[in-house]
Design a protein around this ligand. Structure first.
Ligand SMILES: Cc1cc2nc3c(=O)[nH]c(=O)nc-3n(C[C@H](O)[C@H](O)[C@H](O)COP(=O)(O)OP(=O)(O)OC[C@H]3O[C@@H](n4cnc5c(N)ncnc54)[C@H](O)[C@@H]3O)c2cc1C
Length: 456
């Protein structure tokens, strides 16, 4: 009898799982259920669509449902939302969105790839039509509708993480007046404060009004009679801000409610607990991507990160296993990169604060200088911070902020972390040099030398 694999969620993790399972087992019946109209889209591209760098929404679709159907024989059903999982009867209850009709679909194997959703803090008025989260192409469509044209003068971005920063830049590019409100004392809470400072300066240089240490208390519709309201006021503990549109960059939560309701185990930050082969605690049920936990190789703890890099790898691992092969997910070291204006921002491993929370005693050092040889035109600037374990000298993390050509150097640090290298190993590494690319000691090695001095 044919085995039926049902995949819930048709983006990075879900479709990687489905296509890899197909590669391994041509006989498998594969049904992928996706509640939106799209599969395999790049949410990562939404800020660049909003800012006008990317032309059309469709450009963000990597592979369409029809391509999956014809090239991979995957029965993709868009507009199909799974409402419940019945583990005893091994069935999912599916709602056909356009018809408000439900049916029950049996499965032998099940992949949960439901992703994450923007966190909506419990603030009065947060469900107003002009207060939007950003996660799916449906959100992007709505953003474009509200952000388009002459009506959108004032945009407030709530939250200074990377999505907040990218969206702030996008709306400045569109000509809006953008205020970014962040409750803590710094933007980019994933960096140590000293590295977050130049990021703030870059935002302000671009024209974004940055208000840190400010808490949002509520959203109030305009009294101008429009229905639905076309904007309103963001009430904060430091005064009111007028907004035609509010974009939430308040972080994401794993979309694990379906799993929880079915009794499937949850772990870090409410994400679905998985083992190294992406199996949940329930026989025949797998999970991958933003809805699942990940093992952090440096803190040696299970954690949750919502990144496309991780989602694709996890989906691939689940799919290979489902196709009859053997694969394990090797974990993460917490590498991420973004840019705001001309400034690249990257991190890997643990910040000083995270390392302390994980129980490490650390030394840290920041090196500031030019990206390329100082005598080159446009040598640029860069700040590299490294965190290492006192005593052993093992690298624990790195952060880089700087102009073009600097941030992607984080991959050198990430690779060093992956291999468990020490600060001295990084100093000794044979890295490339020519004046247009680097100084003779790469900025990462300059930071390693500064850290080594602290260690000794
Ligand atoms: C604005 C933005 C920028 C980003 N930039 C980057 C970046 O630069 N680099 C990076 O690595 N990552 C980035 N990310 C994160 C990256 O997009 C996600 O990590 C990745 O999309 C996760 O893939 P996923 O398949 O796990 O989940 P998702 O992409 O969230 O897909 C889950 C899918 O499941 C569907 N679904 C959910 N519940 C159901 C249900 N009950 N029934 C049917 N379907 C359901 C959803 O509609 C969705 O399509 C960004 C995210 C955003 C929002």
């Amino acid at each position: 009898m044919t085995t039926r694999l049902v995949v819930i969620g048709g983006d990075a993790a879900g479709m990687s799982a489905a296509t890899n399972a197909r590669r391994g087992n041509p006989e498998l019946e594969i049904v992928a259920l996706e509640k939106s109209d799209w599969t395999s889209y790049s949410a990562c591209g939404i800020p660049y669509l909003a800012g006008g760098d990317v032309g059309e929404l469709e450009d963000l679709v990597v592979r369409t449902p029809n391509e999956f159907r014809s090239q991979h024989r995957i029965d993709v059903r868009t507009g199909h939302e799974v409402r419940a999982i019945d583990l005893d009867r091994r069935r999912v209850e599916v709602r056909v969105v356009a018809q408000s009709r439900t049916f029950s679909l049996p499965f032998d194997e099940l992949v949960l790839a439901t992703g994450a959703e923007p966190w909506r803090p419990e603030i009065p008025g947060i469900d107003a039509s002009w207060v939007l989260g950003v996660q799916t192409l449906t959100d992007a469509q709505r953003l474009l509708e509200l952000g388009e044209g002459s009506r959108c003068h004032d945009v407030v971005v709530v939250g200074g993480g990377y999505i907040g920063l990218e969206m702030a830049e996008a709306f400045v590019q569109r000509g809006a007046k953008v205020t970014l409100v962040e409750g803590s004392d710094q933007v980019m809470g994933t960096l140590d404060p000293d590295l977050a400072e130049p990021v703030r300066a870059a935002l302000e240089g671009k024209g974004v009004i940055v208000r840190t240490g400010v808490k949002v208390l509520g959203f109030e519709d305009d009294q101008r009679g429009a229905a639905p309201a076309s904007g309103g006021v963001v009430v904060t503990d430091a005064g009111a801000l007028r907004a035609d549109l509010v974009v939430l960059g308040t972080g994401v939560r794993p979309r694990s409610q379906l799993a929880a309701a079915a009794g499937i185990g949850l772990g870090a930050k409410g994400a679905i607990t998985v083992d190294r082969r992406q199996r949940t605690d329930t026989e025949g049920v797998w999970a991958a991507g933003d809805c699942a936990t990940a093992y952090h190789r440096i803190s040696q703890r299970r954690t949750h990160v919502a990144l496309g890099t991780v989602a694709n790898k996890m989906g691939r691992v689940a799919g290979i296993n489902l196709g009859g092969g053997y694969a394990t997910f090797a974990g993460i070291v917490g590498t991420a990169i973004t840019k705001v204006c001309e400034v690249g921002i990257a991190r890997t491993g643990l910040t000083e604060r995270e390392a302390a929370e994980a129980g490490f005693v650390t030394v840290a050092s920041t090196w500031s200088g030019t990206v390329r040889s100082g005598y080159m035109p446009d040598a640029g600037w860069v700040k590299v911070k490294l965190v290492a374990e006192r005593g052993t000298g093992r690298l624990l993390g790195g952060q880089i902020v700087g102009t073009e050509g600097s941030a992607k150097r984080i991959d050198t640090v990430a690779t060093a972390l992956w291999a468990g290298l020490s600060v001295q190993d990084l100093i000794d590494a044979d890295l490339a040099y020519a004046p247009p690319f680097s100084s003779v000691w790469d900025p990462v090695q300059r930071a390693a030398r500064a850290t080594a001095r602290q260690l000794s």
